[in-house]
Write a protein that binds this ligand. Structure first.
Ligand code: GLU
Length: 282
């Protein structure tokens, strides 16, 4: 049985790109006669705001998207707000730790940047963590709590992580070359995005992840987490990103492109979802 999800991060008002990606997620769930759930990904306390979380629900409902499990409707996997799910993420950290897949890391971003020899991948803002900065393989063994450290996932250097995307076809990223040891847990006491999304997609029984193609490389990281945990991964469908008039990717902060702004200008939900971008922006 198909189970999909909408998983916005409430750091701003949702824009046209979100509208179209989320509408695609809803369409795929509907076409498969499946279930769609809604999950608020608000773990970054410094950037997320409850008013944006509420606005996202209102905007997507206005667009006509229908989900049957979520913060506004409840459901068997509640709570659907990640900041309320910390005990679950902690349990998943423990499983990764017990599997020997992660290690505590006290290197700062500056340490990482100082020892970089190669420029990092353009698709992804995160610099590749240099293997020379890895601790011994038994670092962190026996730890029961993540404590006040960052924890990273030790990637299998040189291994190609391949997957078949339902919309974009085959993709492959090489561990250690396209992405390096990535954050699993942050020293501020919160899980990383990669841990939280895998933990929740698994717990909520998601069978297909539909999201923007900026997260293609994250799929390779997430597949490694699934493997370390012995969990079956979902399938993936990465939507092409909507570009603004200048050909740039729409950031949540781009003024004038939020769903509510189009609504305030009198555009209909169908126009926001279907009209050519050039027409909407004119
Ligand atoms: N919450 C993430 C974002 O808004 C998306 C996570 C995902 O779909 O895997 O960028």
């Amino acid at each position: 049985m198909y189970r999909g999800r909408l998983a916005p991060t409430p750091t701003g008002f949702l824009h046209l790109g979100h509208a179209r990606t989320f509408a695609l997620a809803a369409k795929r769930a509907q076409e498969a006669s499946g279930t769609l759930l809604y999950r608020t990904e608000d773990l970054d306390a410094s950037r997320c705001r409850p008013e944006f979380a509420a606005a996202a629900i209102e905007d997507l409902r206005w667009l006509g998207l229908k989900w049957t499990e979520g913060p506004d409707v409840g459901g068997p996997h509640a709570p659907y707000v990640q900041s309320q799910r910390l005990p679950w993420f902690h349990a998943v950290w423990q499983q990764l730790q017990a599997a020997g897949a992660v290690y505590p890391c006290d290197k700062s971003r500056q340490d990482v940047e100082r020892s970089l020899t190669a420029p990092h991948s353009e698709d992804d803002a995160e610099p590749i963590f240099p293997p020379a900065l890895r601790p011994a393989t038994d670092a962190g063994r026996g730890a029961r709590e993540p404590g006040l450290s960052n924890w990273r996932f030790r990637v299998p250097d040189g291994e190609a992580i391949a997957f078949d995307d339902a919309l974009q076809g085959p993709h492959s990223f090489v561990a250690g070359r396209d992405f390096g040891d990535f954050l699993i847990w942050r020293k501020d006491g919160f899980p990383s995005y990669e841990l939280a999304v895998v933990a929740d997609d698994h717990a909520m029984g998601i069978t297909e992840v539909v999201r923007g193609s900026d997260l293609l490389i994250s799929t390779a990281r997430q597949l490694l987490i699934y493997r370390a945990l012995g969990w079956t991964p979902p399938t993936w469908a990465h939507a092409t990103l909507v570009l603004d008039a200048a050909g740039k990717r729409m950031a949540k902060r781009s003024a004038g492109l939020s769903i509510r702004e189009f609504r305030a200008k009198g555009k209909t939900a169908v126009e926001v979802l279907q009209a050519p971008i050039s027409e909407l922006l004119s």
